[in-house]
Design a protein around this ligand. Structure first.
Ligand code: 5GP
Ligand code: MN
Length: 335
């Protein structure tokens, strides 16, 4: 825990603030869990606080306590503009580059309020007046946990505990990735004591699939391809395949992990076409020392963490696949 950051933030929070809290685009469990927990905390401390999301979030997260208060960029543009202009503090959570929040990036960088970054990705950009950046942390939710513990542990509530448990659980693959430490488990134990219901949260996140999602998983798995003589697999999903299963936001969450469940495979990729945005969203996952963060940065204008990253391509699916296969050839000596 960064003492300078904590004391500087504590000082700022001694007077009433107007806060805006922003998660990254396509917010996941950690992004939503951390922003919501932080909103509840700021409300408890009698500050004004509102969450502004660059876009909508999936159904499997639309039960998180407080989610109904989230403002979504394209739905409430004028109000959002006003909130950002008036904010005394702008918290950016679970990302470290303003490019990850689309149009909100310019609005935030032009705003007069001080920016505060709380994030666990590598290579933070230099836009924040106050910065708590720790790539060793399992999740932004774990960072928010430590922060609330340092600022005022009395503020923990079942709502905050539920939000933080969810983000830690989803970002650690249910407490199994190497970023999960004894400290993470101690945080989780405390969150259970504060009212998080682990079994219920697991069910709401992992046992809430629609029939169509499981059919789409079937298509994804039948499209799985291994790169010849390398421990690498990839999956493609075209817009047509998504449409055939009435694709809903969030349906493909977790599909890329099936590649890593194959014995001996250490690098898995999924490429998902988005016709409307004219691009292919790519997710990378790895096991061990192969850095998909570097791979995404070097070949697909992306980034993330050593074992989980993402990127994109504006080429067609077949050109993107060809580019992936070429990129993999170039790094084949790492396996
Ligand atoms: P996902 O594959 O679940 O979308 O993302 C995995 C990880 O990579 C997340 O931590 C996410 O923040 C990061 N990530 C995904 N897409 C991008 C991207 O386009 N740019 C950067 N810098 N990070 C990304
Ligand atoms: Mn995260």
């Amino acid at each position: 825990m960064d003492k300078d950051f904590t004391s500087a933030l504590k000082k700022r929070l001694q007077s009433p603030q107007k806060a805006v809290i922003i998660p990254h685009k396509n917010p996941d469990g950690d992004a939503l869990g951390s922003t919501l927990a932080w909103m509840h905390f700021l409300h408890f401390e009698n500050h004004e606080a509102v969450i502004i999301s660059p876009n909508d979030y999936p159904k499997f997260l639309s039960w998180l306590p407080g989610q109904e208060q989230i403002l979504i960029l394209n739905e409430k543009q004028e109000l959002i503009q006003k909130k950002i202009e008036e904010a005394s503090l702008i918290f950016t959570l679970d990302f470290n580059s303003l490019g990850r929040i689309d149009k909100l990036g310019d609005m935030v960088s032009n705003a007069k309020g001080d920016k505060v970054m709380i994030d666990h990705h590598e290579a933070p950009e230099d836009y924040a007046a106050l910065m708590y950046s720790d790539p060793q942390m399992s999740s932004t939710c774990e960072m928010i946990y430590h922060l609330i513990n340092a600022l005022n542990p009395v503020a923990f509530s079942p709502e905050i505990a539920t939000c933080l448990y969810t983000g830690i659980m989803t970002d650690t693959g249910s407490f199994r990735y190497p970023s999960t430490t004894a400290k993470t488990h101690k945080a989780i134990a405390h969150l259970l004591e504060e009212g998080a219901n682990g079994t219920k949260i697991h069910e709401l996140i992992y046992d809430s699939s629609s029939f169509n999602r499981i059919k789409l998983l079937g298509i994804a798995l039948s499209n799985l391809i291994q790169i010849k003589s390398l421990p690498i697999v990839y999956i493609t999903l075209t817009q047509r395949e998504l449409n055939s299963c009435d694709y809903q936001k969030g349906d493909t969450e977790g599909f890329v992990n099936y590649g890593l469940s194959l014995e001996g495979i250490v690098f898995s990729c999924i490429m998902i076409e988005n016709e409307k945005e004219g691009k292919i969203k790519i997710s990378f996952r790895s096991k061990g020392s192969f850095s998909v963060n570097d791979f995404a940065r070097n070949y697909f204008r992306g980034g993330g963490h050593i074992n989980a990253s993402g990127g994109m391509s504006t080429d067609t699916m077949s050109d993107t696949v060809a580019r992936f296969e070429q990129a993999v050839k170039e790094i084949a000596n790492q396996f």
